[in-house]
Design a protein. Sequence first.
Length: 278
Amino acid sequence: MIPPIADRFVAGESPATALAHAASLDDGGVNAILNLLGEHYRDRRDADVDAGAYVSLLADIATTDLDARVSVKPSQIGVSVSEDVFRENLLRIVDAAADSDVFCWVDMEDHATTDVTLDVVERAAETHPGRVGVALQANLRRTAGDLERLADVPAAVRLVKGAYDEPASVAYTDKAAVNEQYRAGLDYLFAHYDDGEVAVGSHDPAMIDHAKTLAAEHGTDFEFQMLMGVREDAQFALAEEYAVAQYVPYGGKWLQYFYRRVAERRENLVFAARAVLS
Ligand code: FAD
């Protein structure tokens, strides 16, 4: 069971708890993006097991009337084993997602995996146009080129600032520069991508306002995406006017994810300390 200290950020250990959380979000007009926690597998068997768990989750989603999506990490389904294993597992998941009429997102991990992730996502988008999307990271110097590359691919893009500690040779490491790149990325997405292909993955009020301005200017149909447990009041408030989806992690491997959320922000540390002391 997830201890109360972590259940702000993680929905539970089973698919049933994740779907129950998705149903509660749905009541507030927010959609769910379900992510089974797991990453950095080096053994094909682990990658295959998690790919199978997604296939089963997708069948479960199909039995509900929820407009839920899934989001999968490349290193969870074999990118560290081989490109072939990653491709086979992603195609297996995207096939199942298409059968269940569910959209499939692919998270982006460290820069060493960007090329292979984009190659495999392009392949999945050829097979199932309009059913798959991928995160691009504003902190990476290459991202302007990747935004151009994907503009004519029938895949959606979730723009995020980037969660990985990358070297200056490949990434902007200064916060202001990352914010500038994020704005420029949004400018490009809203100007060049089709309806339904743009997701704004940020909690930053300045970036959210910029996206609202661009949406009004271009009329693009887009979605805000935020994490479970982060600015949830803002998520429900935005949902009154915009499409909003919450990224909902679940599963037994919650500890590392919980540490990451706590480490990234002082307020979260204070929250965790209070929970331990109370
Ligand atoms: P930050 O730059 O962290 O913060 C900017 C401002 O936002 C703050 O000053 C504050 O005003 C507000 N804010 C931020 N957090 C909080 C909070 N907890 N409480 C109150 N206000 C807050 N990264 C990847 O590398 N790959 C991925 O695939 C990926 N997928 C993601 C999916 C989603 C849906 C989201 C939301 C993020 C994802 N990320 C991913 C993480 C992302 O790269 C950032 O590390 C993370 O979102 C923090 O950046 P930020 O834009 O939210 O704002």
